[in-house]
Ligand binder design. Structure first.
Ligand code: EPU
Length: 427
């Protein structure tokens, strides 16, 4: 398993280009199953999760290849295999994205039920509730979700759950509804930019979706979808992570390919604690020159502060001048990084869904263990500024979601090195 060895204390400086969004690309790739024609998706980052999705689509009869760097070309050749097996799904939960498209196009789908993961239990009951409302019969057989429907029928569906809307649940139901008979109204839909991007892709393929980006999405079903060419949005979580990297090192970084409209809550928080964030000509400039103020933050569905940046912000607040409270309202157990940051000298106390962070003067390098993608990124950020050497183990988590992370950080002046430690475990 590869590790990152980081020597702390370099101030990041320079320019970096943000990659295309992983979480936009994954459901869009799955939605290519809805058409018999070729889809061309640009801006797709080179990541382990994208490779997993490509392999899954190949299992399901699609020909998938990368052309010209960041473009993925998908063409379904054979619709006889509609089973997403457990071995694939357990490697990547986002495999659940194929459920709606398979069911709508092939009238049946069998997808292994994803289990829990390092950030919590992660049920899919809302996905199933939505697809049932469209007329699917769904049962659980041998750990697999088995869904059948001769033709889905439009319906009014409420998709809210105990922690708000569901992003991939909205993606599944919206994708499936494109080929349903009649009109579907999704209430309490996720408003994330990745849902808007999926709707833009589907509409380019001939779907009739309106309201994406609001809590009420309306889909008028069509008979068939064509192929579409589409470029995915910039990765707002990678952008936010790099902004926090600039802030934590008191650096000065320009980010290209970033949409600050997707990061309003993050920019607002960074400004509140004393980071300068400006934007001109499509480039975001992030600069921090002093010890930062503490703050309180609660993760929320979009446009609130994203759970996928909670851990990274925690690393930053570990060094603020006072007490901060970070409340996690999307995945209440997403605090695996707390103990590891503690190994680096952070002062964090957990109280239920809240972490109270008391700012310390410095963090000290230590060997730490990554538990999931965003927690790993948070540990790397802490390592950038910690005194001495930090070794972040199990960086395959980072390879799932950050394209060339250590290369981008090195180019900004970080002292970070990937050390080969053999192949990752199968999780
Ligand atoms: N939930 C239910 N029932 C469901 C689905 C979700 O109760 O059927 C709950 C979840 O347990 C959670 C909340 O609803 O408490 C929101 O979960 P959501 O379904 O929105 O999460 P997701 O769609 O599975 C996506 C991202 C995650 C990101 C979340 C929240 C992708 C591939 N994944 O997951 O990204 O944290 O939305 O924004 O888009 C990551 O990139 O590191 C990552 C984990």
């Amino acid at each position: 398993m590869d590790k990152f060895v980081i020597k702390g204390s370099a101030r990041l400086r320079g320019e970096v280009t943000v990659s295309g969004s992983k979480n936009a690309a994954l459901p869009i790739m799955a939605a290519a199953l809805l058409s018999d024609e070729t889809s061309v998706i640009g801006g797709v980052p080179t990541l382990a999760d994208i490779a997993h999705m490509s392999e899954l689509l190949a299992d399901l009869g699609a020909e998938v290849h990368r052309d010209a760097g960041d473009r993925i070309v998908i063409q379904v050749r054979d619709e006889t295999h509609s089973h997403a097996v457990y071995d694939r799904v357990r490697k990547m939960r986002a495999s659940i994205c194929v459920l709606g498209p398979l069911l709508a196009k092939r009238k049946k789908a069998r997808v292994a039920m994803p289990g829990g993961c390092a950030i919590g239990s992660r049920p899919v009951n809302l996905h199933l509730r939505g697809l049932r409302a469209l007329g699917a019969e769904i049962s659980l057989e041998g750990g697999d979700i088995v869904a059948v429907a001769p033709r889905l029928k439009g319906a009014s569906i409420f998709l809210g759950g105990p922690y708000g809307s569901t992003v991939l649940g909205t993606a599944n139901v919206m994708s499936a509804a494109t080929l349903a008979e009649g009109r579907t109204v999704i209430e309490s839909a996720a408003c994330e930019p990745e849902i808007v991007d999926l709707a833009v892709f589907l509409n380019a393929a001939g779907a009739k979706i309106s309201g994406a980006g609001s809590p009420r999405i309306v889909v008028e079903g069509v008979e068939r979808l064509a192929g579409a060419e589409h470029r995915v949005i910039p990765d707002r979580i990678e952008a936010g992570t790099l902004m926090i990297a600039a802030a934590i090192t008191n650096g000065q970084v320009s980010l290209r390919n970033v949409n600050l409209d997707h990061l309003m809550a993050v920019v607002d928080k960074l400004r509140e604690v004393g980071v300068d964030v400006e934007s001109s000509n499509g480039v975001a400039e992030v600069c921090s020159a002093r010890r930062l103020e503490p703050t309180d933050v609660t993760t929320q569905p979009y446009p609130g502060f994203p759970t996928d940046l909670q851990a990274q912000l925690m690393s930053l607040l570990c060094l603020a001048d006072g007490n901060s409270a970070i409340t996690e309202r999307i995945f209440p157990d997403r605090f695996m990084h707390v103990g590891e940051l503690g190994r680096m000298g952070a002062d964090i106390r957990k109280e239920g869904y809240t972490a109270i962070v008391t700012g310390v003067k410095k963090l000290v390098g230590a060997p730490v263990m990554a538990s999931d993608l965003r927690a790993s990124a948070a540990l790397v950020l802490a390592g950038l500024v910690a005194e001495g050497t930090t070794t972040v183990n199990r960086v395959y988590h980072i390879d799932r979601g950050y394209e060339a992370f250590e290369k981008k950080l090195s180019a900004l002046g970080a002292q970070i090195e990937r050390v080969d430690g053999g192949s990752p475990p199968v999780e």
